[in-house]
Design a protein around this ligand. Structure first.
Ligand code: DC
Length: 214
């Protein structure tokens, strides 16, 4: 079984995909973490991020997911890929066609190996076009900024809500207007606006829909 979950940054995708995968006993695959891991490795190698040719190392890079955590070349990089420097460069790295092609192939292999809930931007229409279920999670910019802000405060990170709104708007623009595989829902995706829903409500709604059809 394959469940695709797409949507913009901050719509709650990863939290919800992880909870849905736990509830249904499936493997959670965070494809954004793969683009982040490639960005991290390029920074560690010290290659020029502005050059697509710098990323030939992706062909020899291994990825594995277990219990919602990501390992690259055998090392758990789940925390390292969240650093600000990685976040600031990942839009550029994920715009390169050769990087996308290499990672999409890995994602399809991971999905073929078992039951998966996969989250990203292009899963429903590109990576898993035949997925059993496709969800596209959205939320207003205000709500997404507010959630990120509360998240930052809870982690003791200084945070400015107006600045967050600007950053989210910028990322949305980059993700939806890029040439290769921009963020968009598959034609047959179920669109879920999570602005006025709690996490538990979204998880219940999604798992109910899946059980209904099953
Ligand atoms: O979900 P995230 O914020 O961790 O994703 C990081 C970046 O990777 C984001 O800028 C969009 C990109 N991405 C992508 O292009 N395709 C995917 N399937 C997943 C993420």
């Amino acid at each position: 079984m394959q469940i695709a979950m797409d949507g913009p940054a901050g719509a709650g995708k990863s939290t919800i995909a992880k909870l849905v995968s736990e509830r249904l006993g499936m493997t959670y695959i965070d494809t954004g973490a793969m683009y982040r891991a490639v960005t991290l490795k390029a920074m560690e190698l010290g290659v020029d991020l502005e050059q697509e040719a710098s990323f030939s190392f992706v062909a020899d890079t291994e990825f594995a997911f277990e219990d919602g955590r990501i390992r690259m070349d055998g090392v758990d990089v789940s925390e390292a890929v969240r650093q600000t420097a990685v976040s600031n460069n990942v839009s550029l790295v994920s715009s390169y066609l050769s990087v996308r092609e290499a990672l999409v192939e890995r994602q399809q292999e991971l999905a073929a190996a078992g039951d998966v809930v996969m989250d990203g931007r292009d899963i429903g229409y590109k990576v898993l076009p035949d997925a059993d279920f496709k969800f596209f999670l959205t939320a207003s910019i205000e709500e997404r900024a507010k959630r990120r802000h509360e998240d930052n405060l809870a982690r003791g990170i200084a945070s400015d809500i107006e600045q967050l709104k600007q950053e989210i708007t910028r990322r949305d623009h980059l993700d939806t207007t890029r040439e290769h595989s921009p963020l968009r829902p598959a034609a047959d995706a179920i669109i879920v606006d999570t602005s006025d829903m709690t996490i538990a409500e979204v998880v219940d709604m999604i798992t109910d829909k899946i059980r209904e059809v099953e």
